[in-house]
Design a protein around this ligand. Structure first.
Ligand code: C6P
Length: 407
């Protein structure tokens, strides 16, 4: 069990009032807050080790390089990847997916090939494939959902066939909270001879995770949703896949040789990390991983299941409130999207803010899903390691207030 009171001491930002109320931060699916350990790692890096990496002979450059590469090893350990060189640092999960669309898609796909995604995807797992379709003439196919907000596996099975080259799906929906049966999907995908890209932006931060168990060939996620800094994402590729791919961006650090007649590429992961990377934030991301590991991911998951169960029980008891996604808290992550009769989600979020409660309202970068749900937007509460049951009381109070205002 997590000691939430002690954890909260590590998060300076939580100890403030917003609009005259103690801050209740329930927008963790958008980005999480950062513990002092991560903030200190940033400050310590700039105060003691700041230098460019992979280039310098001097001591600071060596220290910075060592710390940056140390985070790569930590990331590999955290996701159960056998080889740290299969970890590429990007700006975010979005860039990681775009990297695959360009460096793998442009090189391997031809007109008529098919990429299968679903209507519960975040825009960052839709638009890169639409752009690839424009470039290469591939066909993009969309799996639908069951009425309770799960992936329709029969539909997905029907879409995967001999023309399928890639299945690219979210592990945990940022709107519905649904956790998809990824190992089964990987089996179906591989049986068709296709590759499986997993969008782990919402799952890696919250679930005990092992790439091997997911069966994924590519995995994308972001540091900022797992207590780390913004500006750092991760792409992982299975055994040699990254080696077979050409570069994404060209420039310094990604080459072996440069001649007038052309260049050759550095080995992975450097081939995909052109230019000076986000050194400080990568290093601080290492501190975020240390922090999560010290809590242990099974305990993080257990904590978030308990909060999600409680939130769903309390919210369901409010007349006129509808929750989207599966009812079973074990089938979903710590994300609860809801609607309240006669209250627009933006008004809901504004009134919640007046109570010091930060929730997100909008389409959550999932317009295909909003259309499927028949709504322009939802309100969404999402949890992290520092949230506590009393904060759900504050959310419920804010919802009751919004209902009174719009009655
Ligand atoms: N979802 C949310 O509030 P980036 O922005 O690249 O770090 O992550 C993109 C992304 C990809 N997949 C999923 C499932 C996501 O939830 C996100 C980010 C945030 O839901 C910001 S829109």
């Amino acid at each position: 069990m997590l000691d939430v009171a002690r954890i909260r001491e590590d998060f300076p930002i939580l100890h403030q009032e917003v609009n005259g109320h103690p801050l209740v931060y329930l927008d963790n699916a958008a980005t999480t807050q950062k513990p002092r350990q991560v903030i200190n790692a940033l400050v310590r890096y700039y105060e003691t080790n700041n230098a460019n990496i992979h280039r310098g002979i001097h001591t600071l450059a060596q220290r910075a390089t060592e710390e940056y590469e140390d985070t790569r090893r930590k990331v590999a350990r955290f996701i159960g990847a056998p080889n740290a060189n299969d970890i590429v640092f990007t700006r975010n999960a979005t860039e990681a997916i775009n990297l695959v669309a360009h460096a793998w898609g442009d090189q391997n796909l031809v007109e008529g090939d098919e990429v299968v995604i679903s209507i519960m995807e975040h825009h960052s797992n839709i638009v890169p494939w639409q752009l690839l379709a424009q470039r290469k003439g591939i066909r993009l196919r969309f799996a639908g959902l069951t009425p309770d907000g799960r992936l329709d596996m029969d539909c997905l099975r029907g879409l995967i066939g001999p023309k399928t080259r890639l299945v690219s799906l979210v592990h945990m929906s940022n709107v519905l909270g649904t956790i998809n049966p990824v190992a089964e999907i990987a089996g179906m995908t591989h049986a068709a001879g296709a590759l499986f890209l997993l969008d782990g932006a919402q799952s890696v931060p919250h679930l005990p995770f092992s790439v091997d168990e997911t069966g994924a060939d590519f995995l994308a996620f972001s540091s900022h949703k797992m207590l780390g800094p913004t500006g750092v994402g991760v792409l992982w590729g299975r055994d040699g896949l990254l080696q077979q791919m050409g570069p994404f961006l060209g420039g310094g650090d990604m080459i072996a040789t440069v001649r007038e007649e052309g260049s050759t590429w550095a080995d992975v992961p450097h081939k995909f990390e052109a230019g000076t990377p986000n050194i400080a934030d990568v290093i601080a991301f290492g501190a975020a991983i240390d922090y999560l590991e010290s809590l242990t991911m099974p305990a993080v998951r257990e904590h978030e299941i308990a909060l999600t169960s409680l939130a769903m029980d309390r919210l369901e008891a409010i007349p006129g409130l509808t929750i989207h996604g599966p009812r079973d808290p074990l089938a979903r992550g710590g994300v609860v999207s809801f609607e309240v009769d006669r209250v627009h989600p933006h008004d809901m979020a504004t009134i919640a803010d007046s109570h010091g409660v930060a929730i997100r309202a909008g389409h959550h970068c999932a317009q295909l899903l909003m259309r499927h749900l028949g709504v322009p937007a939802t309100s969404r509460a999402s949890f992290s390691v520092y949230n506590e049951p009393g904060e759900i009381d504050a959310l419920v109070e804010a919802i009751e207030h919004a209902k009174q205002v719009f009655a």
